[in-house]
Design a protein around this ligand. Structure first.
Ligand code: PGA
Length: 256
C-alpha cells in the first residue's frame, strides 16, 4: 500500500519531498525526475532551490501540457516548468522535456514515450491530484494502461485552472498527458495534496476501489508510492490513525 504521511503543513511536506529527491540525486546524479506543474509541488521546487544542490545532470519529464496555446504563452506548461523548475533549480533546459513540443502533435504521444524510455525511465515522479481525482491530466475514465496522448479536459479541471487565466473560456479544452500506464512505470511515485478540497480525491486514490473512475486509485497498483498530505487533505481518510502510527514507528534504516 501507499505510505501515507500526514504532515503539519505544506512546507513540511515539500521539505520531505525535497529530501527524498536530494537523496536520490546524491546516489544517482543523472536522476530522471517526473515533474508536475500546479500549485501543489511549488514548495518542493522552492525547497530544492534553497538547498542549492547541484542538479545539473538531472533529467526531467513533465507530466502534461495544454494543447492549443501559442508558443511561449506564460501558462503553457513549457513556460511554467522553465520559470518554476528549470531556472530556479539550475537544471539543464536541454535535459527537460514537456510533452507536445517534440514535433507534430499527432505523433507527440509516441515521441514522448520513446524519449522517456531512451532516458531509462522515470526514477521519481512528483504528482498532484485534481479535485476530480485526475493525476497528470488523466481524467476519470482514463485507462490504467494509457500512455502519453492527447485528451480533453473536464469542465471541472478547466474551472479549477481558470485562476491562472483571465477566464475559464481561455483555459484550453485539450491537453497532452502522460498516461496512467506511463506514470505507473515510474519507479517511485510521490503524490502530494493539501487542503480539504482534495480530501475526497485523496481518500478515493488511497482507500477507494481501484477504478478508472478515480484515476488516482491507479497508485494502489504501484509497489512504491509515498503520499504526503496535510490534515485537510487527510480529513476523509478512514485509516488516519494507522498512517500516523506507522510513520511514528517507521524503522530508522528505512527510507521513504
Ligand atoms: P494543483 O493541481 O496542484 O494546482 O491543485 C493539481 C492537479 O490538477 O493535478
Amino acid at each position: 500500500m501507499a505510505e501515507v504521511v500526514i504532515l503539519d503543513d505544506e512546507s513540511a511536506a515539500a521539505g520531505l519531498a525535497a529530501n527524498v529527491i536530494l537523496d536520490l540525486v546524491r546516489r544517482k546524479p543523472a536522476t530522471v525526475l517526473g515533474l508536475a506543474t500546479g500549485s501543489t509541488p511549488l514548495g518542493i521546487w522552492l525547497a530544492l532551490a534553497d538547498r542549492g544542490a547541484d542538479l545539473s545532470d538531472v533529467r526531467g519529464f513533465a507530466l502534461d501540457e495544454y494543447v492549443g496555446l501559442p508558443d511561449g504563452h506564460p501558462q503553457s506548461y513549457r513556460s511554467v516548468i522553465t520559470r518554476e523548475v528549470v531556472e530556479p533549480l539550475g537544471l539543464d533546459p536541454n535535459r527537460v522535456m514537456v510533452p507536445g513540443h517534440l514535433g507534430p502533435i499527432e505523433t507527440a504521444g509516441n515521441d514522448y514515450e520513446r524519449a522517456i524510455r531512451a532516458a531509462g525511465g522515470v526514477d521519481l515522479q512528483v504528482l498532484g491530484i485534481g479535485t476530480d481525482g485526475h493525476i497528470g491530466f488523466n481524467e476519470p475514465g482514463s485507462s490504467f494502461e494509457s500512455l502519453t496522448r492527447v485528451k480533453t479536459l473536464t469542465r471541472q479541471t478547466r474551472e479549477d485552472n481558470a485562476r491562472f487565466f483571465d477566464s475559464v473560456d481561455e483555459v484550453p479544452v485539450n491537453c497532452i498527458t502522460q498516461g496512467l500506464g506511463t506514470i505507473r512505470r515510474a519507479k517511485h511515485l510521490v503524490l502530494l495534496a493539501f487542503g480539504e478540497a482534495k480530501a475526497k480525491a485523496i481518500a478515493a486514490a488511497v482507500e477507494g476501489p481501484v477504478t478508472a473512475s478515480a484515476p488516482g486509485s491507479a497508485i494502489q497498483l504501484h509497489p512504491h508510492v509515498t503520499v504526503l498530505v496535510d490534515g485537510g487533505a487527510a480529513s476523509e481518510l478512514a485509516n488516519v490513525d494507522y498512517y500516523r502510527y506507522a510513520w511514528a514507528n517507521k524503522p530508522e534504516w528505512e527510507s521513504l
